[in-house]
Design a protein around this ligand. Sequence first.
Ligand code: PLP
Length: 430
Amino acid sequence: MASVYEQMTNEELDEQIAQLEAEAEKLRARGLKLDMARGKPSPEQVDLSRPMLDVLTSSTDLVDEGVDAGNYGCPDGLPAARRLMADLLGVDADNLILGGSSSLNIMHDVIVHGWIHGVRGCEPHAVQAARGPLKFLCPSPGYDRHFAVSASVGYTNVPIRMTPEGPDMDEVVRLVENDPTVKGIWCVPKYSNPTGITYSDEVVRRFAALRPAAPDFRIFWDNAYAIHDLNEEPDYLLDIFGAVSAEDHDNLVYEFASTSKVTFPGSGIACVVASPADIADLRKTFNVERVCSDKLMQLAHVRWFGDADGVRAHMVEHARILAPRFELVDEKLESGLGDLECATWSHPRGGYFVSFDGPKGSAKKIVALAEELGVKMTPAGATWPYGKDPDDTNIRIAPSYPSLEDLGAALDVFVTCVRLVSARLAREAR
Ligand code: PLP
């Protein structure tokens, strides 16, 4: 559909551009310094977990179920903490390993494991790559740090279009089932970063039914937002391991999660889950790289939360802080752009992002103009492999960190930028 700007006469459009330029100058004069770039919890959210820091003191009994959390041992993690994460993810604790405080670190380790050692006895990817490039599928728009991991290790990232139901599964099936050089796919199945969508049951079932051409292909199921609902009507994600076993096969999925956006970003607990055979394979590599995982932080989480219900109650507190920010994004975009037919955006029920699409060729210009006016956004293109958004439309909005007041001011700038860039593009197209 043509935007309102495209339907204006030249005179009307010129007048509109002049008005918007004057508005932009006023905003520039305010000398704002606002940040909507990264999906960080707000200080208010992080404060929710401060009492956990009082749980472990010099007089705390560090022995939990016979395991001394203050000493070496239990490389897979504290049993009670493994059960806690397993309950939250709906998986078997025996198939879950805790390690460090960052799921992205674990993803990197798992990829490097396939590259150096090979996946479960297959030839190492590094050796295979000497004969020709190996590929990693990247549903896009997606998470820039995922794409950076696979590219930095040595895979060629291949974009796959996201649909409102999840990745374009016809394309995924075609590539995974016919091309043995495809070794992995990045997925954020719930409240995807940045689109906010949750994969439909049909998409999860098609993933589970994949018959990869490469025996060492794996799905990297990053369930980073598994419990990060914004309201009482959360999205439901079909259990991937259940779907895989219903298809009568296994060894297809590595699942990842962490408490980065539950307690302390980068300082909580993180895990990987896989089939028994795949977990045994990963364990061999993990046991070379570390003597044991950080059990004190695991103990603090277990003692403070008690059980999975304790974590879920805590997430309601996060939602209480986050939901008004997402509502504000929707309100500001709707009131500033709703009638103009020049942009669309997502309406997530959880997670940390809103995905915004402007007219073709607009994203880089909008982000650059916003930066000039004092609002930092995620770089345009970052949501695509190699920073190349083919239509230059997508911008990730991260509303969690700024205060409501700052967020409102940042969104006013953003809306003006979108209007001005869209109007200028309509003028240039004549
Ligand atoms: N996965 C996704 C999809 C994310 O959005 C993020 C952070 O924004 C991470 C992983 C990072 O998680 P961690 O802090 O556990 O490394």
